[in-house]
Design a protein around this ligand. Structure first.
Ligand SMILES: [Zn+2]
Length: 302
């Protein structure tokens, strides 16, 4: 009996010892596994943090790619956000956003070398001017006996509201040639200047903004003279696609169901300090020229 008791006690002790040893070894293993997995996970996080998302280096002047139309007006303080410079002088001076100006100047020189004398007939217009122009058109109609409501509606069909014209963005030009300056028809498309622009404008970042057959979409008649700066990359893309700007936006999924632009580009969304802004453009507002518009042809509306 005594022998059995001792045997039981020894067995219990051995079992207890075995338990303690097993637990100890298990914990040790577990610990080393944890260490390994920690090393792995920290290595993983280092690898995932390393490659930063880079912008497409092929895209130049992405800042210039934004939509301006009835559905996508510029903010009314847009004039204070840009710096413009003289890009053409005839009987008056014409201005463009400085960032687009150098592209236009190169295009002008290249055309000249090919024997084409381009003539700028409209460029940057202040939002204030656009308002005056609009108000004057309403008043003219009222003076002719229309009710104010009718005059307003009638004007709306012909004159862009302030902020709704690309000319207000300093990125649009109406370009014609010395030998053809009529905007009463689309005869400009038969000139050598038009043919030259049609072939080369995209190389300098400009697109024909209101192409033939797109009036339903752009809301603007065919204007063989109206060019818009969007940067060289997008100008070539759009030219090759045969789409107008609104269609190009739609194709890329940059329009919501109300035809409002949803992409991140453009002045409206750029209220935070822009990292990609060209330094010269952040100069004080005093450098803004005051453009005399009083002599502007009334027919130039968009
Ligand atoms: Zn125009």
């Amino acid at each position: 009996m005594r022998g059995i008791k001792y045997l039981l006690v020894i067995t219990v002790l051995l079992l207890a010892l075995a338990f303690v040893l097993t637990t100890f070894v298990f914990k040790k293993d577990g610990g080393s596994e944890e260490t390994v997995s920690e090393t792995v996970s920290s290595a993983e996080s280092e690898t995932t943090a390393e490659p930063e998302k880079k912008e497409d280096e092929n895209i130049d002047n992405a800042w210039a790619m934004f939509l301006v139309n009835k559905k996508n007006p510029l903010p009314l303080d847009y004039d204070s956000r840009i710096e413009t410079k003289v890009i053409f002088e005839s009987w008056r001076e014409y201005y463009l956003d400085v960032r687009a100006a150098e592209y236009f100047e190169k295009m002008l020189d290249a055309a000249k070398e090919d024997g084409i004398d381009l003539l700028v007939v409209s460029a940057y217009r202040t939002i204030e001017y656009q308002q005056q122009n609009f108000d004057r058109s309403v008043q003219d109609r009222v003076d002719k006996g229309m009710s104010y409501d009718d005059a307003y509606a009638d004007t709306l069909a012909e004159v862009a509201l302030p902020g709704e014209s690309e000319h207000n963005a300093g990125l649009a030009l109406d370009i014609m040639s010395q030998d053809y300056t009529s905007m009463e028809d689309d005869g400009f498309e038969n000139t050598e200047a038009f043919a030259w622009l049609d072939k080369h404008a995209a190389e300098y970042g400009f697109i024909l903004r209101y192409p033939k057959g797109k009036q339903e979409i752009t809301g603007i008649i065919y204007e063989p003279w109206h060019y818009r700066f969007v940067g060289v990359y997008y100008a070539n893309e759009i030219k090759e696609s045969g789409l107008c700007l609104e269609e190009y936006y739609e194709k890329n999924g940059w329009l919501d169901s109300d035809d409002k632009a949803t992409d991140m580009l453009g002045p409206v969304k750029e209220e935070k300090p822009a990292e990609t802004a060209v330094p010269e453009n952040t100069e004080p507002k005093e450098t803004m020229p005051t453009t005399p518009y009083s002599e502007q042809k009334a027919t130039i509306i968009v």
